[in-house]
Design a protein. Structure first.
Lengths: 209, 209
DNA sequence: GTCTATATCTAGATAGAC
DNA sequence: GTCTATCTAGATATAGAC
């Protein structure tokens, strides 16, 4: 019954990536969709097209599978968002806000990111290590970048660059939370562009020529 | 065996509030601690000191119990935070930010609120009605108040009061999320006061005397 | 490593006596 | 409404053949 055994070379419905990779992909999908407690090893096995025992030969138990999956995902998402360390520091303030907004819009349109956020927040008390990885790699890194900008650009007269970076980041991310994560985009109609322009105006106000 | 029957009048370990109230309190505690899927009717029954069947005589099933509990909790939390509609509109900008900050600090120090937030976010895809109630009653109401302030205070030259209100609220709430909900207060050391003062500075910059 | 088969437990939910 | 008792399904996890 199992035609695709061991080392067949060619094209198959779920191609030759090894069972482990199949399990990982299925686990990502299932955990993101149903949460930790809502995901059963049966569901994962079924979605992966393997038998349950196979999962246990690759991962010690459900917890370890979950941690491995989410940790990897969190780090992967960051890699996408923070690569190309373009010469951001040399931008004009308006351009800088535009770039920030652009990076944010990527997150805003990524349902997988929203699901990851739901999961990290929902499980943050039971899996604090994962929440910490997220804060470290996503939040602190993103804020560090913006913070550096406000620190360097003395003409903007920002007394507390870190707090200012937090205000920018917080404005955008909270918009994502209300509209996409919590699904309130129909009852809370505030466009990203309006936040962007208001931030620009605030920065102009600080400027002393 | 059940000494505290029907209409006894006096002091008992879990006093005379009726089984329903016992169930509600136990359910709140258990759901907040273990999440929806992580909570079993057995756990709730045990925590409430009743037998499982008793729960089913008050609530149709687990979903209905969950919805009833969370809906009530969400609304109750708002009641606390938005009562006393003090004459906020007549405050000076700095005072206004101080009041906002004060209200926010209450949330910042309320572990039950953080747990509720975790639950609402974590279950927002499976219980969108609850997420919507939260956005409507907490977020939109809070922002509406701030938005009105910026609308009225023309001297602040805020072109988009709604966006500005969102920036203020988003700065504060995202701080709560990183530090309390996700537990990152040790790796992300930004005090509320610094955000508060930076917001004040930004408003001063907009002002045209 | 991968499967078959199974052990063990706990889940949500209900029937029926009182 | 509340309890005892129980049904049935599905959970995590493993033993043992290949």
């Amino acid at each position: 019954m199992n035609v695709q055994d061991a080392n067949s070379t060619a094209e198959l419905s779920t191609p030759r990536r090894g069972k482990r990779e199949q399990i990982v992909q299925a686990a990502v999908k299932t955990f993101l969709e149903h949460g930790y407690a809502g995901t059963s090893m049966n569901k994962v096995a079924e979605a992966a097209g393997v038998i349950k025992a196979t999962i246990y030969s690759h991962f010690k138990d459900k917890q370890q599978l979950f941690i491995a999956i989410i940790e990897e995902m969190t780090i992967k998402k960051v890699a996408i968002d923070f690569t190309n360390p373009e010469p951001i520091l040399s931008l004009e303030p308006d351009e800088f806000i535009d770039v920030l907004t652009g990076k944010f819009c990527v997150l805003m349109q990524d349902p997988e990111y929203h699901a990851l956020f739901r999961l990290l927040v929902g499980e943050s008390e039971r899996f604090p290590e994962l929440a910490e990885i997220y804060v470290r790699t996503v939040i602190l890194r993103g804020m560090g970048l913006a913070s550096k900008y406000f620190e360097v650009h003395k003409e903007l007269n920002i007394e507390d660059p870190q707090a200012m970076a937090h205000i920018c980041a917080g404005s955008f991310i909270s918009l994502m939370v209300w509209q996409q994560v919590l699904g309130g985009k129909n009852i809370m109609t505030l466009e990203v562009g309006r936040v962007r322009e208001t931030l620009k105006a605030l920065l102009r106000g600080q400027r002393q020529p």
